[in-house]
Design a protein around this ligand. Structure first.
Ligand code: IMJ
Length: 255
């Protein structure tokens, strides 16, 4: 592949370490010639994200906690000098740890609110502040998971939040289509990232997928990243409002 994103500027939210799906996406977008700006949630992660940004040749790392409207406003301000922005990647989710291990029925009001705020509403808020900079159209891509549409033990409130996220993708696609801004989700197969650490029986789940998926293997972050490149590129110009499964085909199987 070569230069699918030449002369494009991409903002990528959600890099925390080199195993992050957002990091694989940033690397693939750099490979295709994009100018890349990363965001970082907090000071604790800053050193790691700065190092990864340097490795990638990212233009800048900007601080942004997507649960804070002030941070999003500051981000939009700081991105002004890079406008027009062509691509935004949202690879962010959070639920309280106990809500990913207790029975779903135990989910507290605050736990439900928190998961939806960080994992679903943040896409809407990000779109609202960044689309004014996307003056030549472009693409917004978020990351989802099968738990949005099927029950996976322990995924719980995250599944409900991912369902809200995928629905938000459709409503945003409708609103922003008139500005030639496309909005899509990639539903990635299970990948060992920081967000999968400590999840009970995760390794067993990866083995199950290997045995059952049409491609007889798990999902590589690099193939999720190449799909994100496709969506951000002019090759993806006809695709909006969709959830694309990049999961070695696992999603089609019943038995
Ligand atoms: C997460 C929980 C349960 C089952 C899971 C996952 N499976 C997969 C994940 C099968 C693949 C990872 N995933 C797709 C997520 O969206 C994870 C989100 C997440 C993870 C954590 C762990 C640490 C924490 N809060 C979290 N919030 C969201 O405190």
């Amino acid at each position: 592949m070569a230069n699918l994103l030449a002369d494009k500027t991409a903002v990528i939210l959600g890099v925390v370490n080199k195993w992050s799906i957002a990091y694989a996406i940033a690397a693939a977008m750099r490979r295709e010639g994009a100018r890349v700006i990363l965001t970082c949630q907090n000071d604790r992660l800053k050193k790691t994200v700065d190092e990864l940004a340097a490795e990638l040749g990212a233009a800048e790392v900007l601080m942004c906690d997507v649960s804070k409207d002030e941070d999003l406003a500051t981000l939009a301000d700081a991105l002004g000098k890079y406008a027009p922005i062509d691509a935004v990647v949202h690879s962010i989710a959070f639920a309280n740890k106990e809500d990913l291990s207790n029975p779903f029925v135990q989910t507290s009001r605050e736990g439900f609110r928190m998961a939806h705020d960080v994992s679903a509403y943040s896409l809407v808020a990000t779109a609202r502040v960044l689309t004014p900079l996307m003056t030549r159209g472009g693409s917004i891509t978020t990351l989802s998971y099968l738990g949005a549409v099927r029950v996976l033990p322990n995924y719980n409130v995250m599944g409900v939040a991912k369902a809200a996220l995928e629905s938000s993708v459709r409503y945003l696609a409708y609103d922003l289509g008139a500005s030639n801004i496309r909005v899509n989700a990639i539903s990635a197969g299970a990948i060992k990232t920081a967000s999968a650490r400590g999840i009970k029986d995760f390794s067993k789940m990866l083995e199950t997928v290997e045995g059952k998926a049409p491609l007889r293997r798990n999902t590589d972050p690099a193939e999720v990243a190449d799909t994100a490149v496709f969506l951000a590129s002019d090759m993806g110009r006809g695709v909006t409002g969709n959830t694309l499964y990049v999961d070695a085909g696992y999603q089609i199987m019943a038995m």
